[in-house]
Structures are given as structure tokens and as C-alpha cells.
Design a protein around this ligand. Structure first.
Ligand SMILES: Nc1ncnc2c1ncn2[C@@H]1O[C@H](COP(=O)(O)OP(=O)(O)O)[C@@H](O)[C@H]1O
Ligand SMILES: [Mg+2]
Length: 278
């Protein structure tokens, strides 16, 4: 829960207070998925979207699900988000069954989901306002996240004044400002050009370093998966299932040079080969 108390309200609320609040509120989530199956039905038609998925994401972990289009990645993430029901199995967040959407899971999608009539700061504060967090506490948190995504000069701008990459940075800040236990990201950089995509990946790792939140990230981009992740889960299609899991033993500090390392290139080849046969 966000600290809605009066202590933060009486203090001069700047980014520092927001940072303190953000740190106080940190609860990292653990996701446990056991024997998950999902069948879509329409009339007599039956489509097995997910078969027998077992996956645990530890608190603080950055895990990516990598797989071709149509293998059930979004279905899986939507189930964890509580936006989609499932046919059988268990899906738990910190031991509690996921039965619907909740503010404890932050979502960032590919499409820009900012409210066009709200400023950048108002977009970031939106969820906090819904929860009744007092103005000064909201201000502190939004200032902190504006700093983290390096968009302080754009606090009063509207989404239409921002580039695609900037909009996604605001979407990430808005998700984090709610202090979710996990951050769920579905191809968030899929619509961006190559250079912006790389900048966004570096920024996301920067944010994750600071926040150490649990991230479940989805992509079909092999290099993106390797660069970002501590662990990659590769899925295949028809039915959607887990093929293989890779522990990524690259330096914790993921600089541009990491992309040239022999281990990075080896993983890239191995993953490409695995997906080619899918
Ligand atoms: N609401 C739905 N009804 C029926 N089939 C669906 C529905 N949503 C997704 N699917 C099917 O499930 C499969 C997995 O979809 P999705 O999870 O979106 O895959 P991905 O995100 O990996 O591209 C696809 O074949 C898709 O057509
Ligand atoms: Mg998808």
C-alpha cells in the first residue's frame, strides 16, 4: 500500500520524499504457476492455447517469456494480470490465488495507453488518485518517477506532445507509481524503432536496478530477451507450452558491450535455432 499518511504530507514533498515513500512501500511479488491449462472455446470449436505451464518467478527476478507469435504469451500474461480466466491449474501471487485484476500488478502493453486529456504527471498520478492518496504524497511519488524516467521537463506536457519512446516511459512510471508487487510487460517496445528500443531497454534495466521489482516480460525479440533477462522461458505454439528454460549468465551490469560478448552471441544462435524449429 502507498503511504497515504500525514507524515509525508507535512514534509516538503519533493522527489526525495517520493523516493523514500517508494522504498518504504516495496513489496516484491512471487508468481507461481502450476499445471496451468487454457482452452478457448467458441461454439463447438476448442483451441488449446496453453498446456501444462509450470513457472515460478522469484521476488526481484527479471524473467522473459520468448516465443513466436500465437504461442500464448499474451494469454499467459493476461491470466497473471487477472484479465483472463483459465481452464485448470494454479496461479498464485505471494501464495494467494489470482482471481481478478488488481493494483498489485502493474501492466505495460505495446499500445500507448496513456490518457490523452491528462498531463504526463497526471497520468503517472492517476492510479494513486483513484486510491485516494493525498495530493502531496502523489506529488512526491510522481516527481520521483519523473526523475527516474528522465522526463522531468515534460511533467506538464500532454501525451500527443511526446514521442513513442517517451510515452512508453510514462506508461512504465505510471505502473510503478502504484507500487505493484510485479510488473507485467507485453511487448512494450514492439512498436519502437531499433535505436529507441535499445535506449528503452537500457532505461528499463536502470529502473529495475533501482526498484528491484519483479518483472515478467514478454517478447518475440531474441536479443531483447537476452539483454534484459536473468532467465528466459522459451515457448512453442500449438499448443502453447514451455519448451526450454535458459539461465542468462551475463554480467549484471548490462552495457552495450554485453551485446558483443561470446556468451550473448552463443545464446542468440541457440535461441534462434530453437525458435526456427517451432
Ligand atoms: N479470445 C480468444 N478466443 C479464441 N482464441 C484466442 C483468443 N485470444 C487468443 N486466442 C488464440 O490463442 C493463441 C495465443 O494467442 P496469444 O496469447 O495472443 O499469443 P501471443 O501473444 O504469443 O502472440 C492464438 O492462436 C490466438 O489466436
Ligand atoms: Mg501477444
Amino acid at each position: 500500500m502507498v503511504n497515504g499518511g500525514t507524515a509525508a504530507d507535512t514534509a516538503s514533498v519533493q522527489g526525495d520524499d517520493g523516493q523514500r515513500q517508494a522504498e518504504n512501500d516495496l513489496i516484491r511479488g512471487k508468481i507461481e504457476i502450476n499445471g496451468l491449462n487454457k482452452i478457448y472455446t467458441s461454439g463447438k470449436a476448442r483451441f488449446e492455447a496453453l498446456r501444462d505451464i509450470d513457472l515460478t518467478v522469484e521476488p526481484n527476478e527479471f524473467v522473459t517469456i520468448l516465443g513466436p507469435s500465437g504461442c500464448g504469451k499474451s494469454t499467459l500474461l493476461r491470466i497473471v494480470a487477472g484479465l483472463e480466466d483459465y481452464s485448470s491449474g494454479d496461479v498464485l501471487l505471494n501464495g494467494d490465488p489470482i482471481i481478478g485484476p488488481g493494483a498489485d500488478r502493474g501492466m505495460v502493453f505495446q499500445g500507448y495507453t496513456l490518457f490523452p486529456w491528462l498531463t504526463v504527471r497526471e497520468n503517472i498520478e492517476y492510479g494513486l488518485k483513484l486510491k485516494g492518496v493525498p495530493t502531496l504524497s502523489r506529488r512526491g511519488l510522481s516527481s520521483y518517477y519523473l526523475k527516474i524516467i528522465r522526463l522531468e521537463p515534460f511533467a506538464s506536457a500532454y501525451p500527443k506532445q511526446l514521442s513513442g519512446g517517451m510515452k512508453q516511459r510514462v506508461a512504465i512510471a505510471r505502473a510503478l507509481a502504484n507500487r505493484p508487487k510485479v510488473l507485467l510487460m507485453d511487448e512494450p517496445f514492439g512498436a519502437l524503432d531499433a535505436q529507441t528500443k535499445i535506449e528503452m531497454q537500457e532505461m528499463l534495466l536502470d529502473v529495475w536496478e533501482k526498484e528491484k521489482t519483479t518483472v515478467l516480460f514478454i517478447t518475440h525479440d531474441i536479443e531483447e530477451a537476452i539483454f534484459l533477462s536473468q532467465r528466459i522461458i522459451v515457448m512453442g505454439a500449438n499448443p502453447g507450452r514451455i519448451l526450454q528454460e535458459f539461465q542468462i549468465d551475463l554480467p549484471a551490469q548490462r552495457t552495450a558491450e554485453v551485446r558483443e560478448m561470446p556468451e550473448f552471441l552463443r545464446l542468440k544462435r541457440e535461441l534462434a535455432q530453437l525458435l526456427r524449429h517451432e
